[in-house]
Design a protein around this ligand. Structure first.
Ligand SMILES: Cc1ncc(COP(=O)(O)OP(=O)(O)O)c(N)n1
Ligand SMILES: Cc1ncsc1CCOP(=O)(O)O
Ligand SMILES: [Mg+2]
Length: 201
């Protein structure tokens, strides 16, 4: 499986409606602090937009909802993984991405046979408080030797200026939140990301 090198992460279907039509091919819906019925509506809306624009949708955290709504990709962290029913996810034919932040988490993740591994935070992030120090670029190369051909996603503090470093250290895809959603012109920044990742596509 090949992931698009530009992995956009947003927290609403309205962001997806704004940015996916610009040519985004891989997007994660990462919703926090919302009641499940409302999340379900967001997932449905996101699915419709992504289907129309041939964009791969990844649902963060809400694996049961992803099964019920017929989504085909979920992303889980290690805490999510501890409570998720992996067999049910697999039975539903859903692909799985997993977060890793250290060696033990990588071993746990690999044992779950995911469809990709994410490593973060590569650089400091302002999105959420994290107990891990920034991993740095060399850690991406180290992860590459550990994951083999499994797609590897770099995440955390990435911006246009930093993505070539991530790819040069063998990431397959660069995930981003704030460099786009907190930009003064998110649409223009999205176009810049699409162009800047073109040679890795
Ligand atoms: C691509 C990608 N990588 C890492 C994460 C983080 O997942 P998790 O550790 O479960 O934390 P939350 O995002 O759920 O707060 C991610 N969502 N996507
Ligand atoms: C959810 C998550 N997991 C590791 S870093 C991160 C945040 C990424 O956001 P940003 O691209 O704004 O640093
Ligand atoms: Mg999670």
């Amino acid at each position: 499986m090949k992931l698009d090198p530009f992995y956009l992460i947003v927290d609403s279907a309205s962001w997806i409606e704004r940015l996916v039509p610009l040519g985004v091919k891989l997007v994660q819906l990462r919703i926090k602090d919302m009641e499940e019925p409302a999340v379900r509506l967001e997932v449905r809306a996101a699915r419709t937009i992504c289907a129309k624009h041939d964009c791969q949708l990844i649902v963060n955290d809400y694996w049961q909802l992803a099964i019920e709504e017929g989504c085909d990709f979920v992303h889980l962290g290690q805490e999510d993984l501890a409570t998720a029913n992996l067999a049910a996810i697999r039975r539903a034919g859903i692909r799985l991405g997993l977060s890793t932040h250290d060696n033990i988490e990588l071993e746990t993740a690999l044992a779950a046979a995911p469809d990709y591994i994410a490593l973060g935070p590569i650089y400091p992030t302002i999105l959420k408080a994290m107990k891990w120090a920034p991993q740095g670029l060399d850690r991406i190369a180290e992860w590459r030797t550990r994951v083999g051909d499994l797609p590897l996603v770099a995440i955390g503090g990435l911006n246009i200026e930093r993505i070539d470093g991530a790819f040069a250290h063998d990431a397959d895809s660069a995930a981003v939140v704030t460099d786009i959603t907190r930009n003064s012109d998110p649409e223009a920044r999205t176009r810049e990301w699409i162009a800047a990742t073109a040679r890795w596509r």
